[in-house]
Every structure is written in C-alpha cells, then in structure tokens.
Design a protein around this ligand. Structure first.
Ligand SMILES: Cc1cc2nc3c(=O)[nH]c(=O)nc-3n(C[C@H](O)[C@H](O)[C@H](O)COP(=O)(O)O)c2cc1C
Length: 182
C-alpha cells in the first residue's frame, strides 16, 4: 500500500537491440551525485541486459502512452521487440549505449554504479549522467527550465489495486506550508 508510484519505462541494451521494461519501483537515492535505484525482477530480460551493459535510461511515462507502457509491463523482451510493437522512437543517448524514448517528456541517462540482490530482485543503482526535458512542447512559461506538470500528465500507478491514474491538483508548497506551525 505504498502509493502512488510513478510509471517509468526503463530502456536497456543499445540502439540496435534495445528493450523496454515498465517499472514503478523506483526512487531517488542521492542528490550529489544524482543517483536513483530501481528494483528489477530476475525472471525478465531487462535485469540481464543491465548487468551486461552497465547502463540504462529512465523515461517518464504519460497518460497518452498508457497502453504502450502497460504492454511493456506485461510482455518480455525475450519474446517481442517492444520498440517495434509500440512504435516508440529510439533516440541515441549522449553518454550511454541505451537509447532514450522520444515520446517520453523526461529522459534520464544512467550509468550502473551498484548492483545488489534484495531477496528475489535485482536492486540497481544508477548515476544520472544526463537529463533531457521536453520544454519545447511541455514547458512551463513561468520557469523555462521546468515542465508544466499538467501538460505532461504523468501516468500514476496505484499499486495496491493495479490501476493507472492521472495527477490531481496542486495543494501547497513543500518545505513551506509546514512553517505555519513553527
Ligand atoms: C505498472 C507496472 C509496474 C511494474 N513495475 C515493476 C517493477 O518496479 N519492477 C519489476 O521488476 N517489474 C515491474 N513490472 C513488471 C515488468 O514490467 C514485467 O515483468 C515485464 O514483462 C518485464 O519485461 P522484460 O522481460 O522485457 O524485462 C511492472 C509492470 C507494470 C504493468
């Protein structure tokens, strides 16, 4: 019942042979250097690819691509070419072999820096070497370096009941509203 969770598409492999896995178990670990962690099951294809290539990209899914994102979470790269079926566009990364997905508004290029087994799952820690943000189409006029989160319409995963949701409304400013109680 840890919810809501983001829905991201993790791309492994290289421009010639790339795979996509849908991941909701993802979290930032450190800010400097920027690192994140993902939990990847051992039965699928992606874990082996990440171990072999030592890099992966994280691509934020949106409501617009819900069906494609779900498809990548219910099929295996062992059997299908997920780029072929979804029609997603592969773009070369700047620092890693794994491509990024053009249709996703935010893409993080990650280099594998640590890998552990936690029970039956791989826990991969990636250092974020580059971040791509589609501010051309989804920018925030008040802050040109940031996204307009409502335009992005991120795909939220409600894990307890296995449902997809969209974002609600802003209700306050973090690190600020609590000051009223100081
Ligand atoms: C919404 C959603 C979230 C998922 N989150 C994870 C996750 O965090 N970790 C994981 O290992 N699998 C997760 N899965 C399952 C994998 O995406 C699934 O096992 C996939 O078929 C593996 O593909 P692969 O064999 O090509 O690597 C999720 C699936 C869905 C639909």
């Amino acid at each position: 019942m840890l919810f809501p969770l983001p829905t991201v598409l993790v791309v492994t492999g290289n421009m010639k042979e790339a795979n996509i896995i849908t991941i909701a178990w993802i979290t930032m670990h450190t800010g400097k250097p920027p690192t994140l962690g993902i939990a990847v099951g051992i039965r699928g294809y992606s874990g082996e690819q990440i171990k072999a290539n030592k890099n992966f990209s994280v691509n934020i899914a949106t409501v617009d691509i819900m069906k494609e994102a779900d498809f990548c979470g219910i099929t295996s790269g062992k059997e299908v070419d997920k780029f072929d079926v979804t029609g997603f566009t592969k773009l070369p990364s700047m620092h890693i072999e794994s491509p990024i997905i053009k249709e996703c508004p935010v893409n993080l290029e990650c280099k594998l820096v640590e890998s552990n087994m936690v029970g039956p799952s791989n826990h991969f820690i990636g250092e974020i070497l580059e971040t791509h943000i589609d501010t051309d189409h989804l920018g925030n006029p008040e802050d040109p370096s940031a996204l307009n989160i409502l335009k992005v319409n991120p795909l939220i995963y409600y894990s307890g009941v296995r449902e997809y949701w969209n974002l609600g409304e802003k209700v306050g400013d973090a690190y600020t509203v609590g000051k009223e109680l100081i």
